[in-house]
Design a protein around this ligand. Structure first.
Ligand code: CO8
Length: 257
């Protein structure tokens, strides 16, 4: 499949997706949203892929939703097309996905990174929700996922002022899992993804479900959910293989589906 606004490259069991609208700092227009969703859903259905990496350019992961595309829209236009609702399907991808962020991750770009399972940041990364400067608010989860990620106080300050946060601050507040030199970002992300992709796919998908339930459930229900799916994994060949490999002091050979 060829795309106009993204580049896809399979590296072993990892799919590397590079956002590719350099003329607009990877601003997220509808074409890009559709292509990213198509590539992600194809990867989700492909047993040859175990993990995805989403990245942008050195200057911009993505500078937000495409302001020029949105500018003339009315509320009725936005509402009737349910503008950007397709991003929920991207967020719902069941395989692990890593955002590898260099440069600007602003507005919808920061929200796209937040839809991934974790964020690796280059030391050049700058995160922010500057929608307030455009007379609007985040519309792809920024007012919800950002709060859950970094807490109310910092999310409120960033969203109300439009201030940008650098990579060190993003790591300190838990938005980014790690900061790496910009030159190493993509290789580091692919290597991390490769580690994940070679674990048991069933276990990593269930792991995602369990961790994501922490956002949805009260603690007691979350703990019960975790215990049940932990118990359920004892019905898999991967549990037998993983534990046998440990006892026999050899690498585990997990299923690839
Ligand atoms: N949309 C469209 N085009 C953009 C965007 C964008 N978000 N960002 C940059 N561009 C374009 C510029 O217009 C420019 O194009 P041209 O050369 O044709 O003038 C080109 O990219 C390069 O940009 P700059 O010349 O501005 O580059 P600088 O290095 O001077 O500045 C910045 C870089 C600081 C990133 C600057 O481009 C900027 O502030 N961009 C806008 C950031 C922003 O406000 N983002 C939030 C957008 S709103 C949003 O994301 C809401 C999401 C939720 C919507 C959900 C709806 C339901």
């Amino acid at each position: 499949m060829t795309y106009e606004t993204i580049i896809t490259e399979q590296r072993g069991r990892v799919l590397l997706i590079t956002l590719n609208r350099p003329e607009a700092l990877n601003a997220l227009n509808r074409k890009l949203a559709g292509e990213l969703l198509a590539a992600t859903q194809a990867a989700d259905a492909d047993p040859g892929i175990g993990c995805l990496v989403i990245t942008g350019s050195a200057k911009a992961f993505a500078a937000g939703a495409d302001i020029k595309e949105m500018q003339a829209q009315s509320f009725v236009d936005m509402h009737s097309s349910d503008w950007f609702a397709e991003w929920n399907h991207f967020a719902a991808c069941r395989k692990p996905k890593i955002a590898a962020v260099a440069g600007y991750a602003l507005g919808g770009g920061c929200e796209l990174a937040l839809m991934c399972d974790f964020i690796l940041a280059a030391d050049t990364a700058k995160f922010g929700q500057p929608e307030i400067k455009l007379g609007v608010i985040p519309g792809m989860g920024g007012s919800q996922r950002l709060v859950r990620s970094i807490g109310k106080s910092k999310a409120m300050e960033l969203c109300l002022t439009g201030r940008l946060m650098d990579a060190a601050e993003a790591e300190r507040c838990g938005l980014a899992s790690r900061v790496v030199p910009a030159a190493d970002l993509v290789e580091d992300a692919v290597k991390t993804a490769d580690t994940i992709a070679n674990m048991s796919l069933t276990a990593s998908m269930v792991m995602k479900e369990a961790i994501n339930q922490a956002y949805e459930l009260p603690l007691a229900s979350g703990l019960t959910f975790e215990r049940r799916v932990f118990q359920a994994l004892f019905s898999t060949e991967d549990q037998k293989e993983g534990m046998a490999a440990f006892v026999e002091k050899r690498p585990a050979q997990f299923n690839r589906r």
